[in-house]
Write a protein that binds this ligand. Structure first.
Ligand code: AMP
Ligand code: MG
Length: 424
């Protein structure tokens, strides 16, 4: 790691707010501490959704491959129109999409042409069928038209040899279509990132087990499963690990041997059994950070035996917030994706409710983004904001991000909104 040395990081026990990392600083340290994995594979187009391109794609053909009509109408020679302003032209044939007219269109002639049909030799302009009068086998054009109007020129979307997509691009529905449009049935993509994750905590039970007093169901492994599945990574769910030195050590060794990334939840807060920290420090190079944010204050980041490690807090909302703000951008970088992913976009929106806050930490409050009666975007708070209240994530559709130094926000203030759409 270039910047993530354990020794240079604030330790878990730091009580002073001054030693807490800002959200931006933590992001920078994480970004500079991870690198794209190498290795690629050639896969069928349909399997490539969500994967990252490992090659620049040059179009082997022109798109469109032939000059064609953009409308249903009549193809003719533009100079016919220029002379008189209007024209009377004889219809000499028809061209359908996929069934061209093989003759030549001369002065005084036209053909009936359908959308997508190849424009025949001689013709250079198409008039929409709504703009002509038909008498016997003649059309009369009364409208002014520019030369080339209603025609899509071969290669105007993509010229043969032109770079259509660059390495590092995530293949999403538009890219699937684009690759199909140039006739590619296979693409070279980065290998899948391998991510192992487990929960820590003696109080945790898995679904199907009875819970007694003081015990809770492990939900973090399910949110992590969902968030990771969306990223087209290989996931290894290692279950719940007890708060026990040997069990933790064993799990870490196993995870780091099988995965590029190890993600855990719980066990990184102040006052947590020290052996978790101690075990991790012995096995790898890990910083236990206090981040000036809410929720999600404690976070561990570093390396365990060659694997990148993220120790997320235990509280369910903190897990989601720290995942989206820090882990996902890092995973995308490791997956080989270049550029900023759209899910990190923020927008300025007027709020219609107040947001409680004290200066000192960046807050990611759960909120609802919607339109008011006049159609303007507004944002309002959801209910309780406790870091254990997972319902707040389900009821919200965005984060309202309140800057570290800000106080409570009154209705009418413009706030930064990060929609879940594109992120969750
Ligand atoms: P910890 O950081 O381990 O002290 O956990 C903080 C809080 O999150 C505690 O209330 C835990 O019970 C809770 N918690 C930890 N892990 C999970 C989990 N996997 N699912 C749900 N809640 C959890
Ligand atoms: Mg715990």
């Amino acid at each position: 790691m270039s910047d993530g040395k354990t020794s240079s990081l604030p330790a878990c026990g730091d009580k002073h707010a001054a030693s807490a990392l800002s959200v931006d600083e933590a992001r920078k340290r994480i970004e500079s501490g991870v690198n794209p994995v190498s290795g690629a594979e050639k896969i069928a187009l349909r399997s490539a959704l969500g994967r990252i391109l490992d090659e620049d794609i040059r179009s082997p053909i022109n798109v469109p491959s032939h000059t064609n009509s953009a409308v249903d109408g009549y193809a003719f020679v533009h100079s016919d129109l220029a002379a008189a302003g209007t024209a009377a032209l004889r219809v000499i044939g028809t061209a359908w999409a996929g069934r061209p007219f093989n003759g030549h269109v001369h002065a005084g002639e036209c053909i009936r042409i359908m959308t997508g049909a190849a424009v025949p030799a001689g013709a250079d302009t198409v008039v929409m069928q709504e703009n002509v009068r038909i008498e016997n086998n003649m059309i009369r054009i009364g409208t002014a038209l520019k030369e080339g109007e209603n025609i899509r020129v071969a290669g105007e979307d993509l010229a043969k040899g032109q770079v259509a997509l660059t390495s590092g691009k995530q293949i999403m529905p538009p890219e699937l279509g684009l690759l199909a449009s140039i006739g590619l049935g296979e693409v070279s993509v980065r290998r899948r990132l391998r991510v192992a994750f487990f929960s820590t905590g003696d109080e945790l039970r898995s679904i199907g087990q009875p819970i007694t007093e003081g015990q809770i169901y492990d939900s973090n492994r399910y949110t992590l499963y969902g968030m990771l599945t969306r990223l087209a990574v290989d996931i290894q769910d290692m279950g719940v690990i007890r708060d026990d030195r040997d069990a933790i050590k064993k799990a870490f060794i196993e995870a780091s041997e099988n995965a590029d990334v190890v993600i855990t939840s719980g066990g990184v807060s102040v006052g947590e059994a020290d052996y978790v920290k101690e075990t991790l420090e012995a096995l790898g190079e890990i910083g236990f950070w206090q981040i000036a944010m809410k929720p999600g204050r404690p976070l561990a980041f570093g390396r365990v035996r060659g694997a990148t490690f993220f120790g997320l807090p235990g509280n369910p909302v903190s897990v989601m917030v720290t995942f989206y703000q820090f882990v996902e951008p890092a995973l995308r970088r490791m997956m080989g994706q270049t550029g900023t992913h759209a899910g990190m976009m923020t927008y300025k929106v007027r709020c219609i409710s107040s947001f409680q806050k004290r200066p000192g930490r960046t807050e990611f409050q759960r909120a609802v983004l919607e339109r008011d009666v006049s159609g303007d975007l507004i944002v309002r708070a959801t209910g309780k904001q406790g870091s254990g209240i997972l319902r707040s994530m389900s009821e919200a559709n965005c984060f309202v991000i309140l800057p570290q130094d800000s106080n409570a926000v009154e209705p009418g203030t413009i706030v930064d909104v990060q929609p879940f759409y594109g992120m969750l």
